[in-house]
Design a protein around this ligand. Structure first.
Ligand code: PAF
Length: 282
């Protein structure tokens, strides 16, 4: 697997590909786990050539401490990428992406204002800025994102459509631990007690989906199920827990069949967990 460290190396690699070759791209911030594996596997299956990037993007961290403690595991990451059959990895430096004098930003529309957008000011602006830059540099035909970060996926799809980007943004299913906890590099920060209590997030989503599937489409009841289940443990602090309209990423509304999605973010001590589950069409 090729390791491309500069924009020039990336450009040379890209220019050397036959124009008819389909290129799959998996942007990451490293600390790769089995959740990323599903993105890598799909890219390798669907595209003739696959490239990943590893860049811990300072612009999308609204808390400096979170940026500092974000795990950096380049060697293990590259080994995993090679094992999955990736052809190349782009490992830019901060100066390569944001050279001196850099100041432009991509601002999300209203679909990026609630939920993660509200609780992590500036996060989506930073995320969309780096994703657009990476798209411009890699010029992929397909790009792969996890459904766990549902609002991120929604915004990147929106950006691709609104800014006429000539690529397909593909969502890959959330990978879970046996007890349902969605895989995330931040799970490593949970204490043993928080880890055992974290299962409540998945249970809340499943209970809400069950209620929905049993024919209950009243939003107050669905939202109550989500919130009440999450309140089982005292130390779980709910940031948001709401049924949303998956087409608009705004709160679901009576008379608007969706599809609807249950969306959750909680804090367990220093660690934030986010997760979501598609409920269906109301
Ligand atoms: O999901 C992530 O890891 C990041 O937000 C991404 C898409 C790599 C952009 O930095």
């Amino acid at each position: 697997m090729l390791k491309l460290r500069t924009l020039q190396e990336l450009k040379d690699w890209r220019a050397g590909l036959d124009p008819t070759t389909s290129v799959g791209f998996v942007p990451t911030m490293g600390a790769l786990h089995q959740g990323h594996a599903s993105l890598l596997r799909t890219s390798v299956q669907e595209c003739q050539v696959s490239i990943a990037s590893i860049f811990v993007n300072p612009l999308q961290f609204n808390e400096g401490s979170d940026f500092k403690r974000y795990p950096r595991t380049e060697d293990e990451d590259c080994q995993l990428l090679a094992e999955f059959g990736m052809d190349a990895v782009y490992l830019p430096t901060r100066e390569d992406i944001y050279p001196d004098g850099y100041e432009c930003r991509v601002r999300p529309g209203p679909g990026g204002e609630l939920y993660e957008g509200y609780h992590r000011p500036g996060h989506f602006e930073g995320m969309m800025t780096v994703v657009l830059k990476l798209f411009q540099r890699v010029q992929p035909h397909r790009a792969y994102f996890g459904e766990k970060d549902a609002q991120q996926l929604w915004l990147v799809k929106r950006m691709a459509q609104d800014l006429d980007l000539n690529l397909l943004v593909c969502g890959c299913e959330t990978v879970r631990e046996k007890d349902g906890l969605a895989l995330s590099s931040r799970n490593a920060f949970l204490t043993a007690q928080q880890r055992s209590e974290s299962v409540i997030v998945y249970q809340a989503l499943c209970a809400t989906r069950e209620l929905f599937r049993s024919g209950v489409h009243e939003l107050p009841r669905l939202n109550q199920m989500l919130t009440q289940t999450l309140q089982k443990y005292e130390q779980t602090e709910i940031e948001y827990a709401e049924v949303i309209d998956d087409r608009t990423f705004r709160p679901a509304e009576v008379g608007n069949p969706g599809p609807w999605r249950a969306l959750v973010a909680v804090r367990m001590g220093e660690t934030r967990l986010i997760d979501n589950m598609l409920l269906g069409t109301a």
